[in-house]
Design a protein around this ligand. Sequence first.
Ligand SMILES: Nc1ncnc2c1ncn2[C@@H]1O[C@H](COP(=O)(O)OP(=O)(O)OP(=O)(O)O)[C@@H](O)[C@H]1O
Length: 605
Amino acid sequence: MSSVSPIQIPSRLPLLLTHEGVLLPGSTMRTSVDSARNLQLVRSRLLKGTSLQSTILGVIPNTPDPASDAQDLPPLHRIGTAALAVQVVGSNWPKPHYTLLITGLCRFQIVQVLKEKPYPIAEVEQLDRLEEFPNTCKMREELGELSEQFYKYAVQILDAVSLEERFKMTIPLLVRQIEGLKLLQKTRKPKQDDDKRVIAIRPIRRITHISGTLEDEDEDEDNDDIVMLEKKIRTSSMPEQAHKVCVKEIKRLKKMPQSMPEYALTRNYLELMVELPWNKSTTDRLDIRAARILLDNDHYAMEKLKKRVLEYLAVRQLKNNLKGPILCFVGPPGVGKTSVGRSVAKTLGREFHRIALGGVCDQSDIRGHRRTYVGSMPGRIINGLKTVGVNNPVFLLDEVDKLGKSLQGDPAAALLEVLDPEQNHNFTDHYLNVAFDLSQVLFIATANTTATIPAALLDRMEIIQVPGYTQEERIEIAHRHLIPKQLEQHGLTPQQIQIPQVTTLDIITRYTREAGVRSLDRKLGAICRAVAVKVAEGQHKEAKLDRSDVTEREGCREHILEDEKPESISDTTDLALPPEMPILIDFHALKDILGPPMYEMEIAS
Ligand SMILES: Nc1ncnc2c1ncn2[C@@H]1O[C@H](COP(=O)(O)OP(=O)(O)OP(=O)(O)O)[C@@H](O)[C@H]1O
């Protein structure tokens, strides 16, 4: 270091004001010059001057220069870097500017600004005086050692040409750095907030395990969970075979380190095993007369379907544990197949669960994945049992005609095992890997067509056709079931809305094309929503009107009557009065709410 020739900068320096990056002594940077003062400085000092001194500038960081030199000089950062301009490149695009390449020489401090225009010049005091370094005895010893060390490392790394060598050199340095940081963190005083957070998460443990570390607490908690799990396995009513598997698995779990991925898998498996309703069931309360009333109350028409369902239930009542056929309701969408399934569960007092099979093309959807498979899960049947929590629910296998097939196996084949009364008491889900008795589950299937149901599956089911409805039936269903349900859902009463049968017929013929009643139900929902808005608005206006003059109100009503404003919803939009109750849904209102009719009226044949 002593060989470095001392730098002596001029005592007066032209100042270049920069606002991007900081030039440190020894480093080089490019900077763009486009403000009036800086441009002047470059032109008159760098481009005109010829001496070395004229190429030395004082670079002041963090100081955006005002756009015009008419403006005052901004406050200047006190310390700057004296720099040597190594290169100047000028350009006129997109506006006149220079790009300077500058190298930092040493720090300086501004003593006083001598001149502000056309560019600032200041009297400066040089701060870095490297030539003093070797002359101070104590510093020479300490800094000398450090700089030698630094130099040695730097040269060593420079000499390492191959990547492998470079890694070998730098990794130990990095590791040391990280160790140092960790040590620093440990010695740092814990913040009060950190402490509070820990207490908030585990308030009780913190008090009882004051001497333990956090890791100890985690472990204790897990151990507690394992003890609980073990207890649940012991007291569970699962069959012997399942019990044996669980005992074996929990023994393995206890020996496993928690960090092992298999630990979580085994634990999830055991949790499912203890949760499954191996022996839990609801008691059937079958009363055929009550079932008939309930089915009639919930569904209009469908005589054939209701009759067959009642027969089925009657045989069940007489002969407990019926290994009868699986009922499969086949018919167009929206004719009430799902709804009848739900009613069957209700009449029997059983839990109801719907399993949508549309688009299922992997047999593991039905039978689960083996546990060796990453992300393995039980199939839909076992999942359904876990959801309902009893082993004798009504499972509605929806859309059996839409099962797919793929390389992952045929789901229909898996369903065969589920539905076959000879086999299903021993149904083995791949995930569970022990048999679960499905013989208590009542399966009902639905489909839109029998054409695409696999033959073997079709063979095990009794098909009950549910035909579409006639117009008259749909009107009846609407008025007996759909409208009351929609009114209730929208908080309306028959005193607030009136839908005459002729309007329902209009909806059926001009706004829907379907065999069932699903679209009709949706349209009725839309009407109820629109009326609900009117009723709510009306209530609001009524409250306002109550406060205003009553005679004024009477006059206003007369005026409306004069104008022959009908009370249909379409014409009440801007009235200052609440609509007449009940709001009558006529064809005008229908058009207003549902838009123009989608189909031309057909003459009923
Ligand atoms: N005969 C009926 N009596 C009363 N309500 C009915 C009748 N038929 C259908 N519904 C009602 O129509 C709606 C649609 O019925 P649901 O969902 O059961 O049809 P679905 O035949 O199962 O249709 P998808 O095949 O699309 O599943 C339900 O709200 C249901 O209550």
